[in-house]
Design a protein around this ligand. Sequence first.
Ligand code: FA5
Length: 341
Amino acid sequence: MEKIDLRLLKTRAEKEIEKSRSLKELDGIFKKYLGKKGEITQLFKSLKKLPEEKRAKIGREVNELKNFLKIRFDQKVEEIKEKIKRETEEKEWIDITLPGKKPVLGHLHPLTLVKRKIEEIFQVMGFKIVEGPEIETEWYNFDALNIPKEHPARDFWDTLYLKNSKLLLRTHTSPVQIRFMEKNQPPLRIIVPGRVFRHEATDASHEINFYQLEGLMVGKDISAANFRAIIEEFFKRFFQKNIKIRLRPSYFPFTEPSFEVDISCLVCQGKGCPACAHSGWVEMMGAGMVHPNVFKNSGLNPKFWQGFAFGLGLDRLVMMKYKISDIRLFYSGDLRFLNQF
Ligand code: FA5
């Protein structure tokens, strides 16, 4: 065993330690030199074969080499651990100055927007907002509104009944007139926005599920002239311009006299389009003076009270406001349509 061997061994081991990239690799190198069967361990074992005068000197040198390499191994372990730590930190690093991900915000449906606007206008005119149930009894939806069983007027509304039940999906918001007058004494002014249902064929201006807005004003001397004034004022405030309206004589069992209110079509400016069935006019509401039997059925004396009621088609009003030519778009869930509001 010569001195030169030790020097070469040292350089080789040092180089290998330096080159190693992982703790596993380093452990392999450690075993190769300092493990049970490692080269340096073997050197110690072979010392005894040496003549005594050389043994002590070379023994010291091998020991120095062993201690030197041990230190190098420890240093390298620290180095690799430090590197791993740095890399993990880099991977997990979050830049808190980056702008966050924008959540997608929804917005109100055009029907809701318009409903709120209408409520605001009527509230300013002294009307109170009232709601009623969507599932109704025959009494409130028909009988109390002066539409007895077997009366042909029941066929005006193709009604959806609940299975094995006398309950139905309300065909209009008029039942809330009765519900409210049962519990409240005139003078009164209310509006009733709400969803109604009809078993009808759909087209550009008819849905099976749509919204109405009922209006009711009762007092000692409320007349049809008051109705016309209020409804004209409402349209003016809603569209922010004068609107051409027309009242046509009509028939509803719960009003006498009854009329239908049309406005000049705003989608086509009265020229004719699908939204107005090419007539230039859009039927916006049914209305009339509250029938004496309706007062009686609500527990009020028709000799003392009189007033008007109306039922506005909310969807049709929204169509006029935004120039929408097909009512079915409201319920289509199509974002290309909804995102425009
Ligand atoms: C009624 O429902 C009566 N209750 C209105 C009323 C109230 C009259 C108070 C007198 C006093 P009518 O069926 O005409 O009436 O409906 C009222 C309005 O709802 C219509 O003018 C129209 O604007 C709208 N409407 C009716 N059917 C549909 C439908 N299938 N789809 C969308 N809107 C409709």
